[in-house]
Write a protein that binds this ligand. Sequence first.
Ligand code: UD1
Length: 429
Amino acid sequence: MHRFVIDGGTPLESEITISGAKNAVLPIFAATLLADGPCLISNVPELRDVTTMLKVLEKLGCRWEQEGPGTIRIDPRDVRCYDAPYDLVKTMRASFIVLGPLLTKYGSARVSMPGGCAIGVRQVDLHLKGLAVMGARIETDEGYVKATCSRLRGAEVYLDFPSVGATENIMLAATLAEGITIIKNAALEPEIADLATFLNAMGAKITGAGGSVIEITGVTSLLGANHRVIPDRIETGTYAVAAAITRGQLLLKDAPVSMIESVIAKLQESGVEVAPRDTGLLVKGPAQIRPVDLTTQPHPGFPTDLQAPFMAYLTLAAGSSTISERIFENRFLHVAELRRMGADARVQSTSGTVIHGVDHLSGAQVMAGDLRGGASLVLAALAARGRSEVSRVYHIDRGYVRMEEKLGRVGARIRREDDRAPETRPGQP
Ligand code: UD1
């Protein structure tokens, strides 16, 4: 296992290039299962979750190869297996998204239930209800969802909550269904519009993606297609906070400015200077951080994935802030770790915290418990006095491309170490 060793206190300066969006590429990879030919996907971020999704596709029979930096060619023509096993799905919940494509294309799928994860229960009931309305026969047995159908039929699917994954799974399934599917109260996240763009390039007929009503007219087959993945809005927000918390200045190249308006608004409210540039977003940290109150919401509200990074930032505000978490029920694992660094943050209920700003944070040994919580500890460490060690970096590697290299190039004193590497080798002093 790896850890980051970080000496805090250096303002970050210069440029960071934003990678392709993790949450866009994962469903796009699943969508390649629907094609009758090879697909070429570019701007693919080098992440652990991407590797996991490729393993799932490989297990199903897809062949893939890297065609160049960040470009992956996936050929689904040899898919013969419709079974996504527990040992893969348990490491990444997003792999459950292969259910819709397998079912609609092959009439049969057996996919492990994702189970709980560190940030909450994360059910899949909305995915299953939607597919059932479209005619799927669904059984859950021994921890697996088994779904079968002859051909799915278009239907009106109303989501009780605008779940990102359920919207994607149902949209993927509807592309090859007979007739028209209408998803109401669909999730609005930009990654859904990106998935629809790819599916339409394959020959699907989807309108309204990115809005709350999505209409999909089923077709009988889909072709291979090329697609460039949108930039990652969560990585953008994380590095914007890195500039702000270290009182530095960063140009975030390729930042998807229009997708992070709620984040920009909160940064500005706290005193950060944010200016769109032709090449991205310029972010300059404030001399004094003003406290803010924020509530996570479905897009275009403030994203839950930036809740933990913002909490790290607000621990240094001149006053008290509150954060309400409305998407996941247990997403405050980072609070106890931030407190080890001197933060005065308290969980008041399963969905609310209050953060009293402190004068400074102090370096400490802390542990990442989940992906975004792990990122928040790195941000806190960048601003803290002294040395911090953030362990269990594998969580961070799931969603940030070589974070230590990107931060190191803009002045952060951060290095990756192997936990098992001996401090001194035998025979050495
Ligand atoms: C996606 C993102 C994740 C982000 C989240 C919310 C990917 C790969 N991951 O996750 O980074 O934090 O959106 O923006 O895109 N729910 C149900 N029943 C369901 C489905 C969801 O109750 O069938 C609940 C979940 O338990 C959770 C909430 O709805 O409390 C949001 O989940 P959802 O929008 O589905 O998130 P994911 O697609 O898992």
